[in-house]
Design a protein. Structure first.
Length: 558
């Protein structure tokens, strides 16, 4: 990207790491090819093949495809098949209204030794997987081998992208709190945010209840099984990341007889409650900060926060309190005053971002009385100008309505304000270094549709559960919990980077070995801890810098 293009490239890579899946069929049917091939008599769902969308170079660049990869990416698009499968809106009424789910296919290079289909899911919920086959194959040389013996299948879940979808209207009226939130959130501000979100959730859920109540992981799993059947496959091989692992867990339970090989990276909890989900993520960020503190202590000659992790931790907690008590404004930065949230977010970065986060912490500490911003703070918060307008034809990467509906339709907690506020205060007390990075979130308050809780259970179907030992997005404890619930093999990745397996060639090779042979080791090292304190300059190596900038920008939204 320019800075923004780099951010898009990071999002694409993370989404890819997060998702590879395979589709299979209930009955052996002859596939209807996109070139007009005919099949025998059909007794199940079919794919309606159609020309693929065209994407200009500007669209591909906006999605983060670098210029030197454009020819290879276009070659993949040129051999990609595109189509739709018709599915019931409500599986309890199979003869009722229908919707369509969009899919793509990259046929296996080695058709003679073909193993089946591997469907790709980008996580979310609400993420688009339509272009994931091409995205995966251009990540690294190991990932490119996934297409050797597997047809790669991408798809947009219902509610997303080229599939049938519905977008709730944006919030109406002024924001619940005028201007940016600066300093610790007050109870009155939190109540205003809670009430506004509850009203917005109610308006969204009531805008199209028949469709929105259908946006559940179970229904997406059912749609995926229809794709499997329409492609003429008897078994589904699947690799999913983040929410895609929950989709895998549900499919593994619901369609165990159709599961081939399933690899789940950054495992989701087998029992979902948004209150617990958010709390464990926040606690995970605090735990991982202790690793960052130890790393900063090793480089005390650079940062000067202390020679032990405990000293660094105490100094950063004190810095949070200092900036909350007296938020800092720099004359050459067009930002809200910087408070303890900026300190907490800088300490909440995964390990590739430690050099950037630690340098920001150092500069904010040392420039508290300076009228102008120090260089890294200015680089991170300066923005680099307005972000480009998306060119025509950019496919949707994330549908917010689907994400909200899928979470809320499956969340039994629906906390009232008193509970949400008490949970938030307890989190701040437990996590004094990074807790301020977690915004007060009313979650699914006001969502008008009933909770649809799905219980996964153990089956003999094959599954590998890849948990990342230190990450905070999908905390590691969910991995053994998922194994206890559904079975399978735990594969431990010794890093803190969400969905990194496909981005690390040595880890990706083990995932590929499992998908090819059914055999896998116990784990891999994952993304290494930085061996340098150097802050990346804007450009191809600046992904952690852009990630921190986006985190800080998001913290100012009300």
């Amino acid at each position: 990207m320019s800075d923004y293009t780099q951010h898009k490239r990071l999002k694409r890579t993370v989404a890819v790491s997060a998702a590879l899946a395979t589709a299979t069929a209930l009955v052996c049917l002859v596939d209807v090819g996109p070139a007009g091939a005919t099949s025998g008599t059909r007794t199940g769902p079919t794919v309606s093949w159609q020309p693929c969308p065209y994407y200009s170079d500007d669209v591909l660049r906006f999605r983060g495809i670098p210029d030197d990869q454009l020819p290879a990416y276009r070659a993949l698009l040129d051999r990609m098949d595109c189509g739709t499968v018709t599915v019931p809106l409500d599986y309890a009424q199979p003869a009722g209204p229908t919707i369509t789910v969009a899919l793509t296919r990259l046929r296996a290079v080695d058709q003679r030794h073909r193993l089946g289909v591997l469907a790709l899911n980008p996580g979310g919920p609400g993420g688009s997987g339509y272009l994931m086959p091409a995205d995966v194959l251009t990540t690294n040389a190991v990932d490119a081998r996934l297409n050797q013996r597997y047809d790669l299948i991408g798809f947009d879940p219902r509610g997303v992208g080229y599939s049938t979808k519905f977008d709730c209207p944006p919030p109406d009226g002024p924001p619940p709190v005028q201007g940016p939130l600066v300093g610790p959130l007050t109870q009155a501000q939190a109540k205003a945010i809670f009430d506004a979100n509850a009203a917005q959730n109610a308006a969204c859920g009531n805008a199209n209840p028949a469709f929105l109540r259908s946006l559940t992981t179970l229904n997406v799993a059912r749609d995926l099984d229809r794709i499997r059947a329409a492609l003429g496959e008897q078994r589904l091989n699947y690799l999913g990341v983040s929410w895609g692992t929950w989709l895998g867990e549900v499919y593994h339970t619901q369609f165990a007889d159709h599961v081939g090989r399933m690899f789940l990276d950054s495992v989701a909890p087998p029992h979902f409650s948004l209150d617990t989900f958010d709390a464990l993520r926040a606690d995970g960020a605090e735990r991982d900060f202790n690793r960052m503190a130890a790393w900063m202590a090793q480089h005390n000659d650079v940062y000067g926060f202390g020679t032990t992790a405990a000293q660094v931790r105490a100094a950063v907690i004190a810095l949070v309190a200092q900036f909350d008590a007296g938020p800092k404004t720099f004359s050459d930065l067009d930002t809200p005053p910087l408070d303890g949230t900026v300190i907490a977010i800088s300490g909440s970065q995964p390990s590739p971002g430690w050099p950037v986060g630690a340098e920001v912490l150092k500069e904010l500490r040392d420039s508290y009385t300076s009228p102008t911003a120090p260089p890294t703070v200015k680089l991170v918060l300066g923005g680099g100008g307005p972000r480009p307008t998306p060119p025509p034809g950019v496919p949707e990467e994330q549908n917010r309505t689907m994400g909200q509906a899928a979470f809320c339709n499956e969340d039994p907690s629906r906390s009232d304000f008193a509970t949400a506020w008490a949970n938030y205060q307890a989190m701040l007390s437990r996590d004094p270094a990074t807790g301020r990075a977690a915004q007060f979130d009313p979650g699914c308050a006001g969502w008008p549709l009933p909770a649809q809780v799905y219980q996964v259970h153990r089956t003999p179907a094959s599954v590998v559960l890849a948990g990342h030992l230190y990450e905070s997005v999908s905390v590691y404890q969910w991995t053994p919990q998922a194994q206890a619930a559904i079975g399978g093999t735990v594969f431990t990745v010794a890093d803190d980077v969400h969905g990194s397996v496909l981005r690390v060639p040595a880890c990706a090779a083990q995932a590929l070995s499992y998908l090819d042979t059914g055999l896998i080791g116990r784990g891999c090292p994952g993304v290494p801890v930085p061996d340098s304190t150097e802050v990346p300059i804007p450009g191809p190596s600046a992904q952690p810098l852009n990630q921190l900038a986006d985190s800080l920008a998001g913290s100012w939204r009300v």
